[in-house]
Design a binder for this molecule. Structure first.
Ligand SMILES: Nc1nc2c(ncn2[C@@H]2O[C@H](COP(=O)(O)OP(=O)(O)OP(=O)(O)O)[C@@H](O)[C@H]2O)c(=O)[nH]1
Ligand SMILES: [Mg+2]
Length: 392
């Protein structure tokens, strides 16, 4: 309905200045807006004061994301995760809410005394415990599923990327299954894994929740277990919406890289799928690809919706996964081996590591050219190197 912006140090009472509050109230009245949304975080007291001044509901970015997530969550796990974030947020504000409730008759804030305040907080805490127990059960099951898949020896590919980049659309065409696709944000709030088959090889493909800039910490925690699927995959397909302006693409790409790094998955081989090329001409595609070539890992132009270049994508998946080998090494436990081990940690995906009195034994995964480098270093250290390619 309208936007207001102000640059100033945050005001303790309203976040914005008192004069700006009057302007905001007037804007709400004129436009008939039903809700005010702040891009920055609001303190409980500020929310309260603003709601009182404007006579409409006031929320901040965190609450908005929670509302969208709540609306979108379809699986039990997603619902529980959001409930947890909501309830924890409630707990954080409980004390302040009670204090405010005692001092006024503002509707919407419960009229609580000191005793009731304790009861209220205890009730929230108990709720947190119940949700955590339920989530733990679901996670146990997930770990079991993952272990079972690894036992069966399937290579896994996970789709990652900013929300709305087209992950579920690609998932659908690759699996020929129907997963909910939508124009709205955060259509997918929990992971789905399906078998895909091409070139007579079977892979497990996982669709994940979309990334977003400045995702509140509480929600990162809430979704960590879901995003963890990314860490345990053999290949990441990082999706970018190429139809957006270059500046936006770059920004979102950085958010994705940051998130992947925070998840501890930056060592995993990655293909960058530059999606939605059906929305632009050849010249624009090439120009954008040229620009992104240096900054992205293994970029490929595709359209999930119009099924363009999917063969190229499949070829690239095969090229990278076939190249990727697991090897086992053993080096003597000496001072010289330690810098090598930390180098190995930095460059490869460590699967297993074991220290004995005389040696360090490691199983790692890496592209074949990198594992050749490892072989040479191991030989220099008088160690043993054995390739044990994944038996898929
Ligand atoms: N034009 C065009 N639109 C596409 C393409 N791929 C996906 N879309 C559209 O982009 C929107 C988002 O697609 P989704 O597949 O739901 O995106 P997502 O990355 O899974 O989104 P979240 O689950 O919310 O993170 C939908 O409206 C799709 O129809 C494409 O190649 N071309
Ligand atoms: Mg999706």
């Amino acid at each position: 309905m309208g936007t207001l912006e102000q640059t100033r140090p945050p005001d303790a009472r309203y976040q914005i200045g008192a004069g700006k509050v009057e302007e905001l109230t007037q804007l709400v009245d004129e436009t008939g807006a039903g809700k005010v949304i702040f891009d920055n975080n609001l303190k409980t007291r500020q929310t309260y004061n603003l709601a009182k001044a404007t006579h409409v509901e006031v929320i901040d970015r965190f609450q908005l994301i929670l509302e969208i997530f709540t609306h979108r969550a379809t699986t039990t796990e997603a619902q529980l995760q959001i409930q947890l974030a909501t309830v924890r947020n409630e707990l954080k504000h409980a004390k302040e809410k009670v204090k405010l409730a005692k001092g006024s008759e503002q509707p919407g804030f419960m009229g609580l005394g000191a005793y009731e305040a304790d009861v209220y907080r205890d009730a929230i805490k108990r709720q947190v415990q119940t949700i955590l127990k339920k989530l733990a059960k679901i996670r146990e099951k997930r770990v079991l599923h993952r272990e079972r898949r690894t036992e069966l020896g399937f290579l896994t590919i996970s789709l990652a990327g900013y929300t709305k980049s087209g992950k579920s659309s690609l998932f659908n065409v690759l699996t020929e299954e129907t997963v909910e696709v939508d124009k709205a944000l955060f259509t997918t709030l929990s992971t789905t894994t399906r078998m895909v088959e091409f070139s007579n090889r079977k892979f497990l493909l996982t669709d994940t929740v979309g990334f977003i800039d400045r995702l509140p910490l509480a929600l990162i925690e809430a979704f960590h277990s879901t995003l963890e699927e990314t860490i345990f995959s053999d290949l990441i397909i990082l999706m970018l919406d190429l139809s957006e302006p270059m500046e936006k693409i770059e920004k979102k790409h950085n958010v994705c890289l940051d998130t992947i790094d925070r998840l501890g998955a930056s060592g995993i081989p990655t293909i960058t799928a530059l999606n939605k090329i059906d929305l632009m001409g050849d010249a624009e595609r090439e120009q954008k690809l040229e620009f992104l070539k240096e900054k992205t890992r293994n970029p490929i132009l595709i359209s999930a919706k119009c099924q363009i270049n999917l063969d190229l994508l499949k070829k690239e998946i095969l090229r990278i996964l076939e190249n990727y080998i697991e090897a086992q090494i053993s080096v003597p436990l000496t001072g010289k081996s330690m810098p090598f081990i930390s180098w190995l940690h930095e460059k490869t995906d460590i699967v297993k590591e074991n220290y004995t009195n005389t040696s360090i034994d490691v199983v790692f995964g890496a592209p074949s050219d990198l594992s050749e480098q490892v072989r040479r270093k191991v030989e220099d250290l008088n160690g043993k190197f054995e390739t044990a390619p994944k038996t898929k």
